[in-house]
Design a protein around this ligand. Structure first.
Ligand code: COA
Length: 351
């Protein structure tokens, strides 16, 4: 395929591969008990989390390396050559740089799109960019990726959700309500445009309410604090969260956006095979399960092993389902995200 393309769209789109990567260090609740005033019982009861994987701080494990590993695995799972990738999108709120986009280095490491177009006598490259959508990043990027493929701007797209938020939390008692929540990971999928119009997005939603930005933010400079908060230098580069506020928002919004998406598609919850949801708190997820009367196997929870991995959490759930052989052709999957912004959104797929 040549680097420049005419925009002949694809009527359908499939997820043809997936892969994940997690860093080597396991941080259990019992480890946290040694670092701050907390307990395994408190964390499990309030969040459902038992352990999380944390990137080494020596630069050998970071958003880029995890993205490369997850991306390679997704490409291998799809059974394609990296040169077939047209675009690489990396959803992350913890890029390695603001410039260059981390996705460009990931694409280079993977060899995405790389080759020589002998007929046209030029080298080929994949486009690559970062996509900042916090915990909703993967779902928003997924809808964007689908739209690009439908429009014919790409046929094969590598979408990665990766975050290493552990570098922005303090593992001490003052930072304990956020430090216990987050883990580091990357998850990737390969999307491909198809002629079959029955596969792809059936309905979607992408929403934000910037008036509530201060519920969850990451200040880098003193003027980044809200007007009613005294700037504190020691809180710079540390995630700030109103846990209760976010919890209330999520418990209300989460079922609401699921119901609206089902309505838009003219489907009932029973007609969706899997709800692949952002893993922020097991209580939020079980409340959604109860609201729709869903069985455990329909709304999978893996936060116990990973914590909240931000943009990676949704592909981590998808990977669990795919590796257990639970995702089959003809099924419907609803991806559901919410997070800082505040943002919330869905992507309902026929796969
Ligand atoms: N261990 C022990 N005690 C803790 C603690 C910890 N890790 N973190 C907070 N506490 C304490 C608080 O200091 C407070 O003590 P006090 O009553 O003596 O002041 C008490 O527990 C209750 O604090 P609160 O923040 O109200 O707890 P909570 O029940 O709301 O649980 C969260 C805190 C963070 C677990 C919960 O609010 C939550 O999960 N919110 C959603 C967060 C989220 O999903 N964020 C990501 C969005 S993508």
């Amino acid at each position: 395929m040549s680097t420049a393309r005419t925009t002949v769209g694809y009527p359908g789109c499939r997820i043809i591969g997936s892969g994940v990567a997690t860093p080597g260090r396991t941080l259990t609740n019992h480890d946290l008990e040694q670092m701050m005033d907390t307990s395994d019982e408190w964390i499990v009861q309030r969040t459902g989390i038992r352990s999380r994987q944390i990137a080494r701080k020596d630069g050998t494990e970071n958003t880029m390396t995890l993205s490369v590993d997850a991306g390679r695995r997704a490409i291998a799972d799809a059974g394609i050559d990296p040169s077939e990738i047209d675009l690489v999108m990396l959803a992350t709120m913890t890029p390695e740089y603001t410039c260059p986009p981390t996705a460009c280095r990931v694409a280079m490491e993977i060899g995405a799109g790389k080759g020589r177009d002998e007929g046209a006598n030029h080298d080929r490259y994949a486009g690559a960019w970062d996509f900042s959508g916090a915990c909703c990043g993967f779902v928003f990027a997924l809808n964007n990726a689908y739209a690009l493929i439908r429009a014919g701007m790409a046929r094969t797209l590598l979408l990665i959700g990766a975050d290493t938020l552990s570098k922005y939390v303090h593992y001490n008692t003052a930072g304990r309500s956020t430090a216990i929540l987050f883990g580091d990971a990357a998850g990737a999928i390969v999307l491909r445009g198809e002629q079959d119009p029955s596969v792809g997005v059936l309905a979607q939603a992408m929403l934000s309410d910037g008036s509530r930005w201060q519920e969850l933010y990451l200040p880098f400079e003193e003027h980044n604090f809200p007007n009613d908060v005294e700037p504190q230098r020691e809180l710079l580069n540390t995630v700030q969260m109103n846990g209760r506020g976010v919890f209330k928002f999520a418990v209300g919004t989460f079922p609401e956006i699921i119901a609206q998406t089902l309505d838009a598609a003219g489907l009932s919850a029973d007609e969706v095979d899997h709800f692949v949801c952002h893993q922020s708190n097991a209580r939020i997820l079980t409340a959604a399960r109860d609201r729709f009367g869903l069985d455990e196997h329909k709304l999978h929870i893996n936060i116990d092993r990973y914590g909240n991995t931000v943009a990676a959490s949704i592909p981590l759930v998808l990977q669990d389902l795919r590796s257990e052989g639970k995702v089959r052709e003809g099924q419907r999957i609803m991806f559901v995200g919410f997070g800082g912004g505040l943002t919330w959104g869905t992507s309902l797929w026929q796969v």
